[in-house]
Design a protein around this ligand. Sequence first.
Ligand code: ATP
Ligand code: MG
Length: 580
Amino acid sequence: MPDAQPVAPNLDDYDDACRRFTWAQARTALRGLPDGGLNMAYEAVGRHAAGARATQVALRFLRRDGTVHDLTYAALAVEIARFAGVLTSLGVSPGSAVFVLADRVPELYIAALGTLWHGGVFAPLFSAFGPEPIASRLTLGEGRVLVTTPAYYRAKVQPMRAALPSLTQVLLIGDAAEIAALPDTKDLRALLAAAPTDTAVASTTADTLALLHFTSGTTGRPKGAMHVHGAVVAHAATGRLVLDLHDDDVFWCTADPGWVTGTSYGIVAPLVCGVTSIIDEGDFDAARWYQVLETQRVTVWYTSPTAIRMLIRAGTALPKARDLRALRFVASVGEPLNADAVVWGVDAFGQPIHDNWWQTETGGIMIANYRAMAVRPGSMGRPLPGIEAAIVHRVASGGVAVETAPGVQGELALRAGWPSMFRGYLHDEARYAACFADGWYLTGDHARRDADGYFWFVGRADDVIKSSGHLIGPFEVESALLAHPAVAEAAVIGVPDPMAGELVKAFVVLKPGETASDAMANTLRGFARTRLGAAVAPKTIAFVAGIPKTRSGKILRRLLKARELGLPEGDLSTLEGPSQ
Ligand code: ATP
Ligand code: MG
């Protein structure tokens, strides 16, 4: 289907863009502060509020009660200056960590940007976290200020408050009388209403700390990744080049700001690019999501493989009943996107889904399928202009050997030094140092590069299965199973075996209406064997009702493995499910 709107891609010739791109040039797309500094919130809001976009809607909240609440760039600028004023009046020094534990309500966004305006460090917490993960992150990050609601405060923070001595200010969003009854808290809305609207932006530089993000905890205890204001250069560049954001776009990032995607691309990048961002306060619901795409005339949509697989389960009748012609570009991140899901996009939306790859540590998209480039289904795409990516092997000396042959599996590495690169793991310098060798940042993910420079995800280093001398990536096996029409979800692990080292075991969730049986297991094993060969296909298939995932939608293979082997389950603070 041709593009609904005749909008030329921002990146039309990939090789040419790579030749011409420099980070110094990308920086010139931003305004900068008069003293030569750089501030993320100024680039995202302040400069637009003072310019042609002042009256444009910056954030559109689709509230749970069905109403819509818009904040223009000008209105948002006033609110974030007020929030910075509140911090000043409370004696919170720049550089302090401000944590936010809230649903996707306006005050979350105001606090995030207001903290950056103030020169503080914004640290989001996923609102479904229970008291323990909240307390441990507040302690690790030495949170001075916490913005939350009375309900979350009572249930999740108050019981631990005595053990949080660095937490001096608790600012609550909600009913004034309810807040007044809670000792040692303040009413954020009242403070905002009384605050001055002209608090000047802090004189931060590209190297000033701005964000503290905890990783998803897929491979172990979550790490606190620290980011600087200079990351906004990468947010701007990727917003334009990968998400193809143009002036009139309506952009919807479905990720929660509790995770890095929901901040880098749910808050900062779309505002920096000056577009209107949709914020849906509700939870996933296939029918409603298509309704949002249609009624808001979303043009660029950024979502996740888990959400896409849930939409696939709900069928194509739903999107086909909607007028989605405004939708120009669909992208996905967070997990590998299996080839069948990419192609499903063509059926549902008239266009493939564009997978891209990055991590909390990289701060922004690093490898992507671009709008103007043919998508290779199952591939993460090609490195962002300005990013050098390679496949490397760790060598005994502690350095790395760069793989030059195409098709060889190894660790994905990025040449260190891009603007949104993390600047440390909180209180874990040794771990940070261990991520770098010979000028490369080592990602901990295994991948392959093909002869044309496309990267193919194999698996996390911890998840790669070694079976009879083969290195098997779980994604390859999961993708093969997902290609079978009866399979809704699949997760693959290696189970120790005295002969083979490890044997491939698959956990499969069937689509509604399919029946788990030995015959079905045989069918799926045979199906995988014809696609993958006997050495790689799963030896065992277990049918399960659901697959354990992080709250950001990543398969927790380490948990499947621990349960399989009867080992301790490890840190489960990010496990999806009822609050712990
Ligand atoms: P932790 O580091 O705590 O174990 P995590 O790595 O899952 O958790 P994130 O930084 O949120 O935390 O996720 C980044 C990881 O997600 C990547 O390293 C990669 O393994 C996976 N990932 C993200 N996008 C993609 C993608 N497009 N294809 C394949 N894998 C992806
Ligand atoms: Mg990680």
